[in-house]
Design a binder for this molecule. Structure first.
Ligand SMILES: NC(=O)c1ccc[n+]([C@@H]2O[C@H](COP(=O)([O-])OP(=O)(O)OC[C@H]3O[C@@H](n4cnc5c(N)ncnc54)[C@H](OP(=O)(O)O)[C@@H]3O)[C@@H](O)[C@H]2O)c1
Length: 157
């Protein structure tokens, strides 16, 4: 199973200067809780924004570069297909955690999206890619302080 987790505002803004445009501790807690003990697919830019790998999670870091990361919770990959094929149709969950480039490339394979819709408007430089909302059904909306968590699942063809 392949899922995707993101926080965006009503304009689908996700990033500013390599980090998020807002400071929402409650959303970081939600992110931590959803991703805990799972495998993550992350782009090199977003991964570099973390000070170190996220504890109790496995990271597939996508890059064109010949990166060496000596950490048993990290695997550097150069081909998104490699990972997608391993998880597609499997009971084990791969969570796509961004950023924008990785969301765009992974979206066609995503079964479920966990979207934090952040209240307010912000300035920034990175946006979630366009996607066809008709391909997904909203199955849950949970209101939180400063954002609401929308769960979308891909409609059966
Ligand atoms: N609001 C949220 O939920 C959220 C979540 C995540 C990230 N963000 C924000 O998004 C921004 C970063 O997004 P971004 O689009 O700049 O970067 P990104 O998607 O994190 O990483 C892009 C990098 O991934 C690698 N890559 C992409 N496609 C590849 C492919 N097909 N094969 C091999 N490598 C590939 C390349 O690395 P190389 O250059 O090394 O080749 C590329 O430069 C930051 O501001 C971050 O805070 C926000």
């Amino acid at each position: 199973m392949i899922s995707l987790i993101v926080a965006f505002d009503k304009h689908h803004l996700i990033g500013k200067d390599g980090w998020m445009p807002w400071d929402l501790k409650e959303d970081l807690k939600h992110f931590r809780s959803y991703t805990m003990n799972k495998s993550l697919l992350v782009g090199r830019n977003t991964f570099e924004g973390f000070k170190k790998p996220l504890p109790h999670r496995f990271h597939y870091v996508l890059t064109h570069r010949d990166l060496e990361i000596h950490d048993e919770s990290v695997q550097v990959i150069h081909d998104i297909q490699e990972v997608v094929e391993r998880f597609k149709g499997s009971d084990e969950e791969l969570v796509v955690i961004g950023g924008a480039q990785i969301y765009k490339e992974a979206l066609p394979y995503v079964d479920k999206m966990i979207i934090s819709l952040v209240d307010g408007e912000f300035e920034g430089d990175t946006y979630f890619p366009d996607f066809n909302e008709k391909d997904f059904e909203t199955v849950a909306i949970e209101e939180k302080e400063g954002f609401a968590v929308h769960t979308l699942v891909r409609k059966e063809c």
